[in-house]
Design a binder for this molecule. Sequence first.
Ligand SMILES: Nc1ncnc2c1ncn2[C@@H]1O[C@H](COP(=O)(O)OP(=O)(O)OP(=O)(O)O)[C@@H](O)[C@H]1O
Ligand SMILES: [Mg+2]
Length: 344
Amino acid sequence: MTRVALTSSSVALDVALDIGTAQTRLATADRGVIVDEPTLVAIDTSTGDVVDVGHGAREVVGRTSRHVVVFRPFAQGTTVDFDVTARLIAHLFERAGVSKLSRARVVMSVPSLATAIERRALRQAAIQAGAREVSLIEAPLAAAIGLGLPVQDPVGSAVTVLGAGASEAAVISLGGIVSAGARRLGGNDIDAAIATALRTRLGVVVAPTTVEEIKCLLASARGRSLGMSQVVRARSVDRGELVEVEVTAELVNAALADVIAATVRMIQECLAETAPDLSQDVSARGLTLVGGMAQLTDLDELVATSTGVEVAVAAHPDLVVIEGLRACLEELASLHALLRAADR
Ligand SMILES: Nc1ncnc2c1ncn2[C@@H]1O[C@H](COP(=O)(O)OP(=O)(O)OP(=O)(O)O)[C@@H](O)[C@H]1O
Ligand SMILES: [Mg+2]
């Protein structure tokens, strides 16, 4: 009896966590996705305290003490600042109602291209933030689970995750990734290329959020321009004054061509190294694009024509990975219930 009571009082709150280069998402099994905010941490450098994270961190810039600095602890899909990442996770745990004492079990995504050191850093950051147990799941596998694909079956399921800092293509069968391709490239690199084109061709600097808006509005992976353009506020490079410039789809499409070509090549390489029988499954069942960048206009069409495989973009593509991790939590909970039942 005592033993049963002890077990139930130590039931942890399980948390799914997908920290991306641009966005951070947190979900629990019963509450769903409760955080979906920019991966930003505002720290007061005079005290070392975290002032806020996510949306709040963005708003705090320039509004409070000038000692507050906003950090982006992730780049190219992985942590570049261990300490800030640990504090980001601790802050998120607090928001989700996970105290250090509740010793949460955490399921986290990791890009398939993350090195052993990067994986260890991520795991340690979560433990430092108060997690008891950390399971890392490669993003394409989490995505396939989130899409409800039959990952455990002996059939090939193809999924491509296109984020802000990492791109990954994978074919999954029998619970594992059987062929994969990955690049440390994503939507951020497209934004950087557009910003460079604006500077060199129009002589202006544009705010990062405006660059992203221009991309979402004007970019086409197939270079379609349809005569579209957008007038934006910018600062001229030589005189520093505020000006309005007209940005054309043609400028944007020329800028994103390299990143798009590399992304398509990655998917082609992944499919090319897939065994023939699984390859047939992929041809029959198609390939799904997930991640925020999957929404880039015409990218699905371009991938379909360059691979000969039918391509679909997931509904809410940016939430597929976190939903997959959340589904893993449910599995984890039932698995632990089974183990507890056996451990009498
Ligand atoms: N309509 C759109 N067209 C083009 N790109 C888009 C669109 N909507 C969002 N994006 C891009 O998707 C990216 C964000 O995707 P996502 O949230 O999957 O990234 P992340 O998980 O933070 O990054 P990563 O997993 O690579 O570390 C951003 O670069 C954003 O500009
Ligand atoms: Mg991501």
